[in-house]
Design a protein around this ligand. Structure first.
Ligand SMILES: Cc1cc2nc3c(=O)[nH]c(=O)nc-3n(C[C@H](O)[C@H](O)[C@H](O)COP(=O)(O)OP(=O)(O)OC[C@H]3O[C@@H](n4cnc5c(N)ncnc54)[C@H](O)[C@@H]3O)c2cc1C
Ligand code: FES
Length: 279
């Protein structure tokens, strides 16, 4: 019988420094054993347990899209033991990856609708998978207008800068990038994400929104979406609870009777409102 805790070995092929302070890095990895791709079929919004042998493992969103073949990407903020050790790796090093775990963004329910994607800081990582998926040539006609509102504390804290540039050039994407504080190089928008959301004022008709970012940003974004007339079932977000097993066994991540690792991490506001406020 297969051991569900056994990771597959993956080689780091590329490391991208995302932020000026170097606290976020994106790792592009590929399984060493080609057969691992057979069991690792993921959807936007899912996560993996990423490990360093002898150090430990941490749940990390898969930021690449299943439309991108032959590699996986993880964007990691240095937070503690595992993520600091990951930041010390080099191209060619081996990490462990087990998964994919959790549910995913409801892409089928989003078909034929406008998408409003709202991210803050490293919170762009899980939703980047969805954006890349929706903008892929194969899928683009399945979705209507795509609006992206993304913010970070400062220009140096913006992640996926090359991706933002690409999205900004596309005529079929309405991109709004903002920072809390500008600097001498910054000519773009200055302001908090929830305020920019009110300026953009997307219409709720035939629309689904996805929000991911720091809890304080999510709190005000959710309030503003409700002011704009969005109903809780149209508002999707993703939770970052503490996790251990990732597969609904250890009980570390439960909220009421829901295990975030198994029943989430993606929830609508309607679902969250029926759960105890323990997140
Ligand atoms: C589904 C999911 C997806 C995630 N995706 C990403 C991602 O794409 N990129 C990324 O950088 N991180 C992501 N995280 C967060 C990441 O898993 C945690 O930061 C993890 O604890 C880091 O492990 P560590 O060993 O480096 O930190 P630790 O040594 O475990 O802890 C570092 C510090 O963070 C605190 N902490 C640990 N976990 C949490 C938590 N869940 N909430 C609040 N505080 C916590 C600890 O108390 C400590 O102060 C995700 C988490 C979940 C559940
Ligand atoms: S992390 Fe073990 S049950 Fe969710």
């Amino acid at each position: 019988m297969n051991n569900p805790y056994m990771p597959s070995r993956a080689v780091i092929n590329e490391i991208i420094q995302e932020t000026d302070t170097n606290d976020v890095k994106t790792f592009r990895v590929a399984f060493q054993d080609e057969s691992a791709w057979e069991t690792f079929k993921y959807r936007p919004g899912q996560f993996a347990e990423v490990s360093l042998f002898g150090v430990g493992e941490a749940p990390i969103s898969i930021t690449s899209s299943p439309t991108q073949k032959g590699y996986l990407e993880f964007s990691v903020k240095k937070a503690g033991v595992v993520t600091t050790a990951l930041h010390q790796t080099r191209v060619g090093d081996i990490i462990g990856v087990r998964g994919p775990y959790g549910n995913n963004f409801p892409v089928e329910d989003m078909e034929g609708k406008n998408l409003v994607i709202i991210g803050g800081g490293i919170g762009l990582a899980p939703v980047r998978s969805l954006i890349t998926y929706a903008l892929d040539q194969e899928n683009r006609s399945r979705f209507n207008d795509v609006t992206i509102i993304y913010g970070a504390r400062s220009p140096g804290d913006l992640v996926f800068k090359w991706e933002l540039e690409n999205w900004g050039k596309r005529p079929d994407v309405d991109l709004h990038v903002t920072v809390d504080r500008g600097d001498e190089r910054w000519t773009g928008k200055v302001g908090f994400v929830p305020a920019v959301l009110m300026e953009v004022a997307p219409k709720p008709d035939d629309c689904v929104t996805v929000t991911c970012g720091p809890p304080i940003m999510i709190k005000f974004v959710l309030q503003n979406l409700e002011k704009l007339g969005f109903e809780p079932r149209q508002i999707v977000t993703t939770l970052e609870m503490r996790m251990k097993c990732g597969i609904g066994k250890c009980g570390r991540c439960n909220i009421g009777k829901n295990y975030v690792c198994r029943d989430g991490p993606v929830f609508t506001l309607e679902q969250l409102s029926q759960m105890p406020q323990e997140y």
